[in-house]
Design a protein around this ligand. Structure first.
Ligand SMILES: Cc1cc2nc3c(=O)[nH]c(=O)nc-3n(C[C@H](O)[C@H](O)[C@H](O)COP(=O)(O)OP(=O)(O)OC[C@H]3O[C@@H](n4cnc5c(N)ncnc54)[C@H](O)[C@@H]3O)c2cc1C
Length: 384
C-alpha cells in the first residue's frame, strides 16, 4: 500500500486500524452481511481506539486528527467491511458538525457520549422529494415559546437515513426560513423525543451490516439549545460535513478494492486452467496491473484531497468531490474486474468478492451522486 510520505504517527495509526480490522472485523464481516447483523459491540470497540471522534477536537474528548488520518482509518477498516467502516464515518461526520459548530452547552450535552459511541449519530439531509437537490428539503422547524422555554416544533420526514431506527441522535437539516439553502438550519434530535418514529428497515443490495430507514418527525419539540450553528447556517454546515464524509466514502472504496486485488492475486496464482495457473495468462497479469495502477492513482488523489480539507485550502471542496468521484468509480471498477478474475466462484458467497461488489456500489450514489460531484467540480472550474 502506498505510503504517500506518511509520518511515523500516521503510519502507526494506519497499522493500529489494520490490526483492529484483521482481528475484529475481517473474520466476521461475511456473517454480518449474510445475516444482516449490526455489529454494535465491534463498533464500540473501534471507538475505544478513538475512532468515534477521529477529527473531533481533543478538548471535546476526540483524538483531534486530520482528514488524511481519518481516510487511513476508514480505508483500513473497509479492507474488512466497507459497510461497517462507512457507518463509523457517518457517525464521525455528525459528531464533527456538533463539535465544530455547536455551542459549548450542546457539545457538553452530547459529545461525551458520541466520542465513545455509547450513543451513535445519524446525518439527516435527504428527503423523498429532495435527493440530489438537497436544498429543496421541506422538513420544517417552527420556533415557539411557552412556559417551558424556547423550542422548535419539527415536522417532516428524512429518507434513506443510515443508522435510522438504531441510532440515538439525529443531526437534521431542516427549514426554518425562506426557500433554498439560506433558509436551512441544523438541529440535533433525540430518538426518544416525542413524535420521532421510523419507517421499516430498507432492504438493500449491500451495506447489510448497518441499518437504513426513514426518520419521521411529527410535531417534535426540540429545545433551541439543540441548534447547531446559527439559524440559516444549516446547509453550509451540512456541506462542510460532506467534504470530510466524501473523503471517507472514497477511502472505503479504496480499502474494499485493495482487499479484492489482494484476494485476486492469491486466487489467480492458485487456480489452474489449461494446465497452468490463470495468473500465468498475460490477460490476468495485465488486468491485475491495471487494477493496482488505477487504485494507486485514486489513492494518491484522495490523500491529496484529504490534506487540502485538513488545511482548509480554498479548493478543498472541488478536490473532495474529484476524489470521491474518482475513488468510488475506480473502486467499483476494480472490484468488478476482481470478480471476473474469480470466474463463477466470484459470484458465490463462499468468496468475499461479491460482498465488496455490492457494498461499494452505493458509494457512487450517496453523499452526493457522482454526477453531483461532477457538477461541483465543473461549477468551481467555470467560476473563473
Ligand atoms: C444505503 C443508503 C444510505 C444513505 N444514507 C444517507 C444518510 O445517512 N443521510 C442522508 O441524508 N442521505 C442518505 N442517503 C441518500 C443519498 O445521499 C441519496 O440517495 C443521493 O443523494 C441521491 O438522491 P436520490 O436517491 O434522491 O437520487 P436523485 O437525486 O433522484 O437522482 C437520480 C439520478 O439522477 C441524477 N441527477 C439528479 N440531478 C442531476 C443533475 N442536476 N444533473 C445530472 N444528473 C442528475 C443523479 O445523479 C442520479 O443518477 C443514503 C442512500 C442510500 C442508498
Amino acid at each position: 500500500m502506498t505510503q504517500f510520505d506518511l509520518t511515523d504517527d500516521q503510519r502507526a495509526i494506519q497499522e493500529m486500524a489494520q490490526r483492529f480490522t484483521a482481528d475484529a472485523i475481517t473474520p466476521h464481516a461475511g456473517e454480518w452481511d449474510e445475516k444482516h447483523i449490526f455489529p454494535r459491540d465491534t463498533i464500540r470497540a473501534a471507538a475505544e481506539l478513538g475512532f468515534g471522534g477521529i477529527y473531533v477536537s481533543e478538548e471535546a474528548g476526540g483524538i483531534g486528527l486530520g482528514r488524511l488520518e481519518a481516510a487511513l482509518i476508514m480505508e483500513a477498516m473497509a479492507y474488512g467491511c466497507p459497510s461497517t467502516s462507512a457507518f463509523i464515518s457517518i457517525h464521525n461526520m455528525s459528531a464533527w458538525m456538533i463539535d465544530r459548530f455547536g455551542s459549548q452547552a450542546l457539545k457538553d450535552k452530547y459529545l461525551p457520549d458520541l466520542v465513545p459511541m455509547t450513543r451513535m449519530a445519524s446525518y439527516c439531509l435527504t428527503e423523498a422529494g429532495a435527493g440530489s437537490d438537497a436544498a429543496a428539503l421541506k422538513t420544517k422547524a417552527v420556533r415557539a415559546s411557552d412556559s417551558e422555554g424556547d423550542h422548535y416544533v419539527v415536522t417532516g420526514s428524512k429518507q434513506f437515513i443510515s443508522g435510522g431506527g438504531e441510532n440515538d441522535l439525529y443531526v437534521v437539516m431542516l427549514r426554518t426560513g425562506e426557500d433554498g439553502p439560506k433558509g436551512i438550519s441544523c438541529l440535533v434530535i433525540e430518538k426518544d423525543m416525542q413524535g420521532v418514529s421510523f419507517g421499516a428497515q430498507e432492504r438493500k443490495l449491500g451495506w447489510h451490516s448497518q441499518p437504513t430507514a426513514q426518520v419521521n418527525f411529527d410535531g417534535v419539540r426540540v429545545p433551541v439549545e439543540n441548534l447547531v450553528g446559527a439559524e440559516g447556517e444549516g446547509f453550509r454546515i451540512a456541506m462542510m460535513g460532506l467534504d470530510g464524509g466524501r473523503l471517507n466514502i472514497g477511502a472505503c472504496s479504496l480499502g474494499g478494492a485493495q482487499r479484492c486485488i489482494d484476494e485476486s492475486v492469491t486466487y489467480t496464482k492458485d487456480r489452474k486452467q489449461f494446465g497452468q495457473s490463470i495468473a500465468d495468462f498475460q490477460n490476468t497479469q495485465f488486468t491485475l496491473a491495471d487494477m493496482q495502477t488505477e487504485l494507486e492513482a485514486a489513492r494518491t488523489l484522495l490523500y491529496a484531497a484529504a490534506v487540502k480539507v485538513t488545511e482548509n485550502a480554498p479548493d478543498k471542496t472541488r478536490f473532495a468531490a474529484m476524489a470521491k468521484r474518482f475513488a468510488t468509480d475506480t473502486g467499483s471498477s476494480v472490484v468488478d474486474r476482481a470478480l471476473q478474475l474469480h470466474g463463477g466462484y466470484g459470484y458465490l458467497m463462499d468468496y468475499p468478492i461479491e460482498r465488496f461488489w455490492r457494498d461499494l456500489r452505493v458509494h457512487s450514489i450517496l453523499e452526493g451522486t457522482n454526477q453531483v460531484m461532477r457538477m461541483i467540480v465543473a461549477r468551481d472550474m467555470l467560476r473563473g
